[in-house]
Write a protein that binds this ligand. Structure first.
Ligand code: F6R
Length: 261
């Protein structure tokens, strides 16, 4: 894992936006498939990408996107559906073709079949080139809650009470948070060619330490990223505050320019 410790959440967002911009430029007209997360973690990155697009330097015209997850039972038009969230927060403000922004169908009569169909659609599209992730305070990525199989595929999951309470801030009351979701599995996410995870704030520090320095374990689903050959974890100081080897990661960052000179 590459660990990048930024001074502020704003710097962290700019670093992640840089990775997006580099990947989009490298893909050129061949196009790129992005994997998009919702929740608060990537919002500042999306704002930075929108700013760069509006400044004229960054185009998503050759991009398509797959969302990580969706609540079961929320209508797409609901302002907390992830279908709507990603449009409101990001894709409606850039030049990506809306028809190419796909998400699991949380309204399907058969969510189990819808999850399997979504997993197949990602494969048929050739997979995800660059996936952005956040991390839950319990170590989940996507909605792969603790004890999720490390090789799981897109499927229906039941949220933990902790995740429901974490997400209640987006709803009027905790009872409005759906408890079932469709989420890409850890195996599905692990097939993305490159992954960038962003975490900011002290509330993520324990989960980040478990992901980066803890054991590979289904109890910390994000630790499955230890198996991936191209993961960058971008943190602010608060999210990095429980890493034992933080000084080593800073040393690597300082030394990296010498390698590439
Ligand atoms: C969202 C997602 C989740 C969030 C995580 C962190 O699509 O897949 O894993 O990234 O719950 O949420 P925030 O960023 O709101 O703290």
């Amino acid at each position: 894992m590459e660990i990048v410790i930024a001074s502020t959440p704003e710097d962290a967002a700019r670093i992640v936006a840089d990775r997006f911009e580099q990947a989009i430029a490298a893909a050129g007209e061949k196009g790129i498939t992005l994997g998009l997360a919702t929740g608060s973690s990537p919002v500042a990155t999306y704002q930075e990408l929108i700013r760069r697009h509006q400044a004229g330097g960054l185009s998503f015209a050759h991009a398509r996107a797959f969302l990580l997850d969706e609540y079961v039972g929320l209508p797409r038009a609901h302002e907390q559906s992830y279908y709507r969230f990603i449009r409101d927060q990001f894709t409606a403000h850039v030049d990506i073709d809306d028809a190419g922004v796909l998400s699991p169908n949380g309204e399907a009569a058969d969510p189990v079949a819808a999850a399997a169909a979504y997993d197949a659609a990602i494969g048929e599209a050739g997979g995800v080139d660059l996936q952005i992730l956040g991390i839950g305070s319990n170590g989940h990525i996507g909605f792969n809650e603790p004890t999720s199989s490390l090789s799981s595929r897109t499927r229906v999951k039941t949220l933990t009470r902790r995740t429901v309470e974490d997400n209640a801030r987006f709803f009027d009351t905790v009872d409005q948070v759906p408890v079932h979701v469709i989420t890409q599995g850890l195996g599905t996410i692990g097939e993305a060619r490159r992954i960038v995870l962003i975490a900011t704030g002290e509330g993520k520090a324990d989960a980040v330490a478990a992901m980066v320095e803890g054991a590979l374990s289904a109890f910390c689903p994000a630790s499955s990223l230890q198996l991936h050959p191209a993961v960058t974890v971008v943190l602010d100081e608060a999210a990095a505050s429980k890493l034992e080897n933080a000084d080593y990661y800073r040393f690597i960052q300082e030394e990296r320019p010498r390698l590439t000179r």
